[in-house]
Design a protein around this ligand. Sequence first.
Ligand code: PNW
Length: 462
Amino acid sequence: PRVEQVDPIDTLPPSFRWGVATSSYQIEGAVAEDGRTPSIWDTFCRVPGAVANGDHGDVACDHYHRMPEDVALIADLGLDTYRFSVAWPRVQPGGRGPANPAGLAFYDRLVDELLGRGVDPWVTLYHWDLPQELEDAGGWPNRDTAHRFADYAELVFAALGDRVRTWTTLNEPWCSAMLGYAYGDHAPGRRNLGDGIAAAHHLLLGHGLATRRLRAAAQSPIELGLTVNLSTADPASDSAADRDAARAADGLGNRLYLDPVLRGEYPQDVVADLAAEGVRIPVRDGDLEVIATPIDVLGVNYYFGQLHSGVDEQGRERDDDGRPVRRVVRRDLPRTAMDWEIVPESFTDLLVRLHRDYPGVPMVITENGAAFDDKPDAEGFVADDDRVDYLTEHLRAVARARQAGADLRGYFAWSLLDNFEWAYGYDKRFGIVRVDYETQRRTPKRSALWYRDTVRRVRGQR
Ligand code: PNW
């Protein structure tokens, strides 16, 4: 263990950004108000067995009606930045055609409320709520969706670009593509690797097209970026099979998104793995130039690390179909309520590696946090020491990576509020503020108070 004189968190500079993140479908509710049309998540939630308890986002945290109160929470915690997403089917119903002024008005008010409270708005354009009509037309595996996304991006920028400086095109394209189209765990629930890979490519193309449109439209300096979810893939042993399994997992989960955006090429080893499965990335001439349009900031979401093996329990390296074995090995590590391994050291490794392999792009941690089995007291207060420990250790991990040279500019805790945790419904709580779904009462947890005090201390505002 390292011996450190000061808490690494206290070495973070005054310019470091401190925020919280949310997303539209997870908190807003009001799914049929002011002209919003259904998204793929409204549809998916109605598929029996798709979401725990049959939960859905119809009401969620009712943020659409409680927005000023939620902005006040952020301001009262002393945070300088709020990362939220815009619901595409709210502002451009059906995913094409003119803007819906009533839908845009909500984000207009949100941005003004934030600015009035001294909180910088960071807009994510796509956090998974694709208009159902676009899914009916083929969804992300259909190349046209990338062009529809660029149009939508421009439409939002026209409304908010005078006040919002920082724009993220996509949140976690791996989740949209693979959980949505290849593994079927998320909306729209398709289970086809080829569809997943086509979706990934068209998401990245949409990112590049939107980035170019926003740059062209901007009247003043803006910051553009993409947020990816990354996790570490370590080999279970030094054997060639285990090392190859770790390489493949890192390729499909991390490099398939990082390389095209930051190097202008798909990783050849992943292309070969996919070819062995009969899958080709539907790249056309010029796509990689668009996808590699320079970005100003890379958003990194990190939750856990994993250990990979290329050998099954019987010691075989090939399955019955002759495919290489790919297996995640459970470690004897503490876990969150998501059953995700808690490995803050891996977070430092990941960030240092990003700095080495993709130099020159500033990074911001756009999500990090944990679900735990919260136990509120009679007043609704949660003494979530487990979450405080998780956040403390991961923030230290970020600070250590920065000390090692990684260009890290900020940190957003996921999430401001307990919210609709996708396929897990309302069972899993990631908030630093508790939400009582009966009364919609918000109660800051101990982790929120810890976050407020930490930010204050690091800024030197005792
Ligand atoms: C992210 N995985 O999702 C999302 O950006 C958030 O909307 C979500 O609430 C949060 O993390 C917590 O889950 C992920 O399986 C979902 O590796 C799944 C994975 C990673 C991130």
